[in-house]
Design a protein around this ligand. Sequence first.
Ligand SMILES: [Fe+2]
Length: 339
Amino acid sequence: MFNLQRIIHPVEPRAFADKYLGTAPLLVLRQSPEYFGELFSMADLAALIDAERLRPPEIRMAKHGEVFRTETIANTLRAGRYVLSGKAKAVRVWREYHAGATVILQSLHRHWPPLQRLCDMLGNEWLSQAQTNIYFTPSGGRGFTAHADGHDVFVLHLSGTKSWTVYQKPHSAVGTGAKQKARGYGRLLKQDPTELIPLGRFTLRPGDLLYLPRGYVHEAAANAEPTLHITLGLAPHRGTYWMRECIAVWCLWLAGAEVGAALRGDPRWTSLVLLAAASTALGLSGGLHFLLKANWSYRLARRPNLAMGVMQRWVSVNVVVRSVVYVAVLDLCLFGVLW
Ligand SMILES: [Fe+2]
């Protein structure tokens, strides 16, 4: 299974954290074309497009920095500013691709098991949220012009060759006259490369890795053959995530307090009702999230061993670590209430 150590190999995680994380780009040229092969492939991509299971914005297209309107690749229904989109039509996607547009599969980790496991692993390792975007570019194509991203990215190159230019980080944040995006996913802004000093020009081949900290301006173009790469984004968890975690801990604290009160023969009904409501909300949201993920895995990957996959997810590192922390908190609460 891939984790950070395997992604950046042969660089050691400690050296990566000291020298590169958040401060400097890292380039690993490893001449091992199959290194990332188990994560995704050209055949997987073609099958996903041809099966017409993806709905914008899960699939998008861009050319020279311009993202296509949803109507270009899917049937839509507009109601004011709301757009209901159907599944992307394979014939339209391939037509635009052959006209030079890049295919972008956004957040495929939500329903592609190898990428799902990768993001879960990295999210747990770094206490961050990890997400993937897949970029499939025709020969000579360029999806986006020079820009900086609002989060750290790892580029895992899978197929073809792509020429990259990374520029020195501007002193005045990223550009002038533009509102800088708060830390999180997304592009900070487009850049005029003539105003920037190149830091390095290089070619990525299958198996190579590029790490770019947030804010480094970069651009890339496919060479003589179609290219495929995964962009793995790492960003700190948003406030809603931590709010959920806090509510979960609060539920455990309430539970501990209530057990203590019940043992003393004096249950407090108000906090019991609060506890029931909060834990039900948490359970419903967590359960819904889990069921949706399992459903996507089943429908898209068509895995016959879904039951085993479900069990593996429940016994994942994420669940075990979180359970240990919560049990420790519960013990502390019980200790405080009873003694
Ligand atoms: Fe980017």
